[in-house]
Design a protein around this ligand. Structure first.
Ligand SMILES: NC(=O)c1ccc[n+]([C@@H]2O[C@H](COP(=O)([O-])OP(=O)(O)OC[C@H]3O[C@@H](n4cnc5c(N)ncnc54)[C@H](O)[C@@H]3O)[C@@H](O)[C@H]2O)c1
Length: 485
């Protein structure tokens, strides 16, 4: 039967299906499906699990499915006990059998949206998930996309794939976009973060609002899915641009011999019109460095170039190299060279209090240090091992670097030994007096609260602090020489 015929057949009954969906959501008897059980999907699944009769989690990662069904969590912010109690009560079950999506009343898609080569949006996971949903779609279901993506994805990419089912959006099923705003490591319960929703139609938005209203304290409905997609991109681009600006400001202050942390702290006392951002070794994670590219790509496709995004990206991506220059300069002052120096990095997660090293600037700094002949070890209370394969900084990819003289035929002060980018694993060392005293330089790259910074001040001789965790007073009082970004 053709799409139109199927749509006509079911259109009369949509209100009955929607009524049933509304009834099931209101009574909390609805089954909620979550596709993609990562940093976004799992916290959402346990929140829905606390409220609804049944949550079905779907993931292509069979190991993850097994782990969760055994009641264990792989996300630091989600305690094992929360998963275990839901699994034991029969309220949460995970599967890689996507035909079971038909059992769900509402389906939330939380799959990754990485960048492809050349920083193009890579929607492969959304395509796959959408096809799985299309294969199981039945009248009366609500489908919500949460993956961060460019404006138009829900209506122009997701809906056409779902309609391959011979069902029609807003006639047979409902579709909305709702951006995820979770901030791993922040002690703010998910339900307290207001939830933005944009439907492909009014009734889609209403149904999505009812669904999320069950777990979020506040919902905010915008006029369209496209607007909701853009909200997320504005939020993350705002951070990218402001971090870029403050990183450049810190470099400017260093040039003028001004303490940028003192200036930022003083400016922050202004009760209006100023919002503090802190400089650092670069941006990391799978949101801030990636999402603005989605916005830039779509706007460029429509004939508009965002210079702010390009500039911020440029400034931030230079920070790891700038930090290495800072370390090299600090060693130089101590009459030491970077080559063969023992460097102890403190913190490799991309931001404080989390264990996520994806695109961490620490990875880029470590790689550059090793490329210049330093011997690097690290300490991170949350990252026991740093696997190069888990990182997608281009410079971390293993490859042989041909020395300069071999490429050009000239010998311009280059080493005769080819340096090799290593695809290996580093293990976190303890932050004890021996490791600290042995290091020629201790470099603070992530400001975890669990780190004993006083111990670093007490036992290290040279410190480069890229996160401004060591106050000027403490630095002056310490026997260690401290350089701040
Ligand atoms: N991590 C964050 O802090 C954060 C915050 C806001 C928004 N987001 C966005 O949310 C989305 C998900 O990010 P994440 O950090 O949770 O990713 P993640 O890598 O932690 O988890 C994604 C999960 O999806 C699974 N998956 C991949 N393809 C699949 C498919 N076709 N079907 C089923 N499962 C599939 C993976 O196996 C993995 O378990 C991305 O668009 C991201 O930009 C992330």
């Amino acid at each position: 039967m053709g799409k139109r015929a199927a749509g006509q057949r079911t259109s009369k009954s949509l209100s009955i299906h929607v009524d049933e969906l509304v009834r099931r959501i209101s009574l909390r008897t609805a089954t909620i499906g979550i596709i993609g059980l990562g940093y976004v999907g799992l916290p959402l699944a346990v929140e829905f699990g606390a409220e609804f009769a049944r949550v079905l989690g779907f993931d292509i990662d069979a190991e993850r499915v097994l782990l969760l069904n055994a009641g264990r969590s792989h996300i630091r912010d989600v305690a094992d006990e929360r998963v275990e109690s839901l699994v034991t009560a029969g309220r949460f079950e995970c599967s890689s059998d996507f035909t079971r999506l038909a059992e769900c009343d509402a389906i939330v898609i939380c799959v990754p949206t990485p960048l492809g080569i050349g920083n193009f949006p890579d929607l492969a996971c959304i395509f796959d998930a959408a096809e799985q949903v299309a294969g199981a779609l039945r009248p009366g279901q609500l489908v919500v996309l949460e993956s961060t993506t460019y404006p138009g994805t829900t209506e122009e990419v997701l809906v056409p794939i779902l309609e391959r089912s011979n069902l029609t959006a807003d006639r047979d099923f409902l579709v909305a976009f709702s951006p995820e705003r979770i901030d791993p490591g922040r002690d703010l319960p998910l339900p307290q973060i207001p939830k933005v929703i944009g439907g492909c139609s009014k009734r889609s938005a209403d149904a999505a609002r009812l669904l999320y209203g069950a777990i979020f304290e506040e919902t905010f409905v915008v006029s369209s899915a496209r607007a909701a997609e853009t909200v997320k991109l504005l939020e993350n681009t705002f951070r990218l641009v402001n971090i870029g600006f403050i990183n450049e400001f810190a470099r400017l202050c260093r040039q003028l011999n001004i303490d940028s942390s003192e200036v930022i702290a003083a400016a922050s006392t202004k009760p209006f019109g100023f919002m503090p951002f802190q400089p650092g070794p670069g941006v990391g994670g799978h949101c801030i460095p990636l999402d603005p590219h989605y916005l830039a790509w779509e706007s460029k496709r429509q004939g508009f170039t965002s210079r702010f995004i390009e500039l911020a990206e440029d400034v931030n991506s230079q920070m790891p190299a700038y930090v290495v220059d800072l370390i090299s300069g600090a060693l130089n002052e101590a009459r030491k060279s970077l080559r063969d120096a023992q460097i102890l990095v403190v913190g490799v997660a991309y931001k404080r209090n989390i264990d996520d090293t994806r695109r961490s600037p620490a990875v880029a700094v470590i790689d550059r240090l090793r490329m210049r002949g330093a011997v690097v070890s690290y300490h991170d209370p949350y990252v026991a091992e740093l696997h190069s394969r888990h990182n997608d900084w281009p410079e971390w990819r293993p490859r042989v670097i041909v020395p300069y003289e071999r490429r050009s035929g000239d010998r311009v002060g280059a080493t005769s030994t080819p340096l090799r980018r290593r695809a290996d694993t580093l293990a976190s060392v303890s932050l004890d007096p021996v490791h600290l005293a042995r290091a020629d330089c201790v470099v603070i790259l992530t400001d975890h609260e669990a780190v004993d910074y006083q111990a670093i001040l007490d036992h290290a001789s040279l410190i480069v602090d890229t996160r401004q965790v060591i106050s000027r007073e403490k630095a002056i009082a310490s026997a260690a020489k401290v350089y701040a970004l």
